[in-house]
Design a protein. Structure first.
Length: 224
């Protein structure tokens, strides 16, 4: 059975009516900032949902945990170190920092801390799995919203979009490759993984790509 056109995965980040014309602008439209903030908050909430499931964290957090096993630092400090390293990888990819890049680091962390106390931590395994899937969908929706704002991607998403641009590989596949690579590296360094980690690594690529397709369809200026 063929998927409806609207559900096909996007191969690139679409341009929408709220997308900033210049990702480096310091005076973006109010609706652009609004979509950016909402998207980042949804993304952070998705992360918190996955963490609260109790059956594994996202691959980047596994990597941070692995680094703490090798270097005396907290997971937060390790996450910051990873972000700096990823930003260095932007240089050959010619990615540029924007307001969205900075807000990404701030709002996602704030959303996780604020939302976490209100989220359930189920003890039944099937409900834990469902919670991971819901969290992954949230992360995908948040990604679709803030990436299309075009105010600069977060460090990890900048790596994704930069690699997609120079390779012309579909963006969902690029995201999946990055997440699986980070997961393997984090596990090698001693980070802890679980079923939730595997679910996220497998499904985040297609979910982000479909989210971008839907965002482009409903708010895009291109023919979808």
């Amino acid at each position: 059975m063929r998927l409806p056109s609207i559900l096909k995965t996007a191969k690139k980040v679409p341009k929408t009516h709220w997308s900033a014309d210049d990702p480096m602008t310091l005076t973006p439209k109010s609706k652009t900032v609004f979509i950016l903030i909402i998207g980042l908050w949804i993304f952070g909430t998705g992360d918190a949902i996955i963490i609260a499931s109790g059956i594994g964290v996202a691959p980047w957090t596994v990597l941070a945990q692995g680094i703490t096993n090798k270097i005396s630092m907290t997971v937060g400090e390790a996450t910051f170190l990873v972000s700096l390293t990823v930003l260095l990888l932007w240089i050959p990819l010619r990615e540029k920092l924007g307001i969205g890049t900075i807000l990404n680091a701030i709002l996602i962390a704030v959303a996780i801390d604020i939302m976490a106390p209100y989220l359930p931590s189920p003890e039944v395994y099937i409900f834990q799995i469902i919670q991971v899937l819901i969290g992954t969908i949230f992360v995908g929706i948040g990604s679709g919203m803030y990436l299309t704002s075009n105010l600069g991607p977060g460090p990890r998403d900048g790596l994704m979009t930069g690699l997609q641009r120079i390779s012309n590989v579909p963006i969902g596949r690029v995201r999946a490759i990055i997440e699986i690579t980070v997961l393997i590296l984090g596990f090698y360094l001693g980070g802890k993984i679980g079923l939730g980690t595997v679910i996220f690594a497998i499904f985040i690529g297609p979910v982000v790509a479909i989210s971008l397709r839907l965002t482009g369809y409903f708010g895009g200026t291109e023919n979808y």
